[in-house]
Design a protein around this ligand. Sequence first.
Ligand SMILES: Nc1ncnc2c1ncn2[C@@H]1O[C@H](COP(=O)(O)OP(=O)(O)OP(=O)(O)O)[C@@H](O)[C@H]1O
Ligand SMILES: [Mg+2]
Length: 262
Amino acid sequence: MSTAILETRGLNRSFGAVTAARDLNVRIDTGEVVGVIGSNGAGKTTFINMVTGYLPPSSGEILFEGRSIVGQKPRQIIRSGMTRSFQVAQLFPELTVLDNLLIALVAAEGPRPSFFGGLRSRERIRRADEILDEFGVVRYRDTVVRTVPQGARKLVDIAMALIGKPRMLLLDEPTSGVSVEEKFPLMDTVMAAVRQHGVTVLFVEHDMEIVERYVSRVLAFYSGEIISDGQPAAVFADSRVQELVIGHGHGHVTPASQRSAA
Ligand SMILES: Nc1ncnc2c1ncn2[C@@H]1O[C@H](COP(=O)(O)OP(=O)(O)OP(=O)(O)O)[C@@H](O)[C@H]1O
Ligand SMILES: [Mg+2]
């Protein structure tokens, strides 16, 4: 049996009367690319927030590479090798792209990062330039983030999550706010980078065309529960998923396999 990189057992989270996560038992193996779908308020971000240390679960266990991480702070989890991006990019808008990357790199280093050579040490800059190149955003290296176009800004945000070479990456709606023309090139770039480095990926996505094209497995959330878990074709064919996820909410794109030829 392959090794689970991430496992949750009986994970629960309530906000007052709202159950945002109910008995989530998820096991993700090294190398999987997992898509998380579900209508607005289904509990997708809550799940990511719990496993990355931004939100304590009400109860339950979270194991990363076999070790419990419940109660750890986000920065500890980042340093142990699991990073994320946010539904709304968390960049320092007044700093350059390069400085944003350097800050992310320091955050991913040990508890006492070396400041020999300063924040902008030659080694850190080399790594930042390497990932700028890999993500095709070298031209924005010295641009203040505030003025970088949205699609490139998304790429920088994801590059920040990958710069410290995590073993697992979680993305909350990587293509939200990205134009139709940019979304596939963006995902091609991100997926090429994660494949190259053998990073396990889980991403939340409303766009079923993206899910269908890039993932090997889908988790469908509804009302804090996982109502379907399997290969994309099987999950999309599930009647509850069709009723509660695909035919529901705003702006959802029907997967090609579910569209009639009409
Ligand atoms: N900090 C919070 N305080 C109170 N309720 C919250 C909080 N965070 C989430 N919730 C509630 O928990 C439920 C799940 O929210 P969550 O943000 O996880 O949904 P989501 O699937 O990410 O939705 P979306 O597609 O809109 O991003 C919703 O009912 C939401 O209102
Ligand atoms: Mg969300």
